[in-house]
Write a protein of this length. Structure first.
Length: 317
């Protein structure tokens, strides 16, 4: 036997009750070895050296039979803490994730609204401009989509006033409904088609415009030849032809009647608009959570983790 090592062997003989007690002790010893190994592995993950592990074990477990109980309590404390941290992390993740989605929707809408207010100075507009566009589309596109579509129309220079834009949006919505195209895509098609003189985009709404014909009609109306038209005048000629052709198509549709598809769009818009309001309410809260999270992550060090582990160990005694 090597020096410094004491080997104890149990052999069951005699009374049945004694035999069972010895066997139970042997099984408990083996379980203790496995539990101790698990405890040591947890301490290693937290950066404790072997010497520090021994000191911590001796401090809280001693060398008596109470060590078995205390070690089990420590192991259970680690397992309980880990489980609770995982549950807390999951709950916080779900909560913060939902908050982020709401606030992100609000932030995007806020940025679009800022651009809308600035660009509206480039055309004839009033404080009622947004409401007019909302009425023109019958609530089938969200607040953020109205801002986005209006900003695009103003940047491409396809309208000169809020009334022209409202009429354009209404025309796009009605033509789109007749062809099974949602309002947002319909407005994008007519605005981009006019702004970039794209016949392909206009074709999505059944609007067919020939540039040569548009230029000739416009030139005749102002007493000039087509060759004398400037690029700006050609663009205006094309857009006027689009508006004329689209007005004819809408007239053929008769009175406006919203279908089931439009009702579904209105339902989706209502939900998104509610999300914007919720996001606006939660924005200050999320800002504070972000600040706290950054402060916590900056303060977290290996030394801090060791102190937390020592605290868990003490709770286990």
């Amino acid at each position: 036997m090597a020096q410094g090592i004491i080997e104890v062997k149990f052999q069951a003989k005699g009374n049945k009750a004694v035999n069972q007690a010895v066997i139970a002790l042997d099984m408990a010893t083996k379980r203790l070895e496995g539990t101790t190994s698990e405890y040591e592995r947890e301490l290693k993950k937290l950066g404790f050296t072997t010497k520090q592990q021994v000191q911590l074990f001796q401090k809280h477990n001693g060398v008596t039979a109470l060590g078995v109980k205390n070690n089990r309590l420590l192991s259970n404390a680690f397992a309980t803490l880990r489980s609770k941290m995982l549950l807390a992390s999951f709950a916080v993740g779900v909560l913060v994730g939902g908050m982020v989605r709401f606030v992100k929707t609000f932030a995007e809408t806020q940025a679009l609204e800022r651009g809308f207010n600035e660009l509206s100075n480039s055309i004839e507009s009033s404080s009622k401009m947004f409401e007019k566009l909302q009425d023109a589309t019958d609530g089938t596109i969200s607040k953020s989509q109205i801002f986005k579509s209006a900003n695009n129309a103003m940047m491409l220079g396809v309208v000169k006033s809020e009334d022209e834009m409202a009429k354009l949006f209404d025309t796009a919505q009605r033509l789109g409904q007749a062809l099974g195209v949602d309002t947002a895509r319909s407005i994008e098609s007519i605005v981009t088609g006019m702004g970039r003189q794209s016949r392909l985009m206009l074709d999505n709404l059944g609007i067919i415009v020939k540039s040569s014909e548009a230029y000739e009609n416009y030139a005749n109306s102002i007493g000039k030849s087509v060759d004398e038209l400037t690029d700006s005048q050609k663009k205006e000629a094309f857009n006027e032809e689009v508006l004329r052709k689209s007005a004819e198509l809408v007239k053929n549709l008769g009175d406006e009647q919203l279908n089931a598809a439009a009702s579904i769009q209105q339902l989706g818009v209502a939900g998104e608009n509610v999300s914007i309001i919720i996001g606006e309410t939660l924005a200050p809260v999320l800002k504070q959570i972000a600040k706290s999270a950054v402060a916590f992550s900056n303060a977290l060090t290996p030394a801090t983790l060791k102190k937390m582990a020592a605290g868990v160990a003490i709770l286990g005694t």
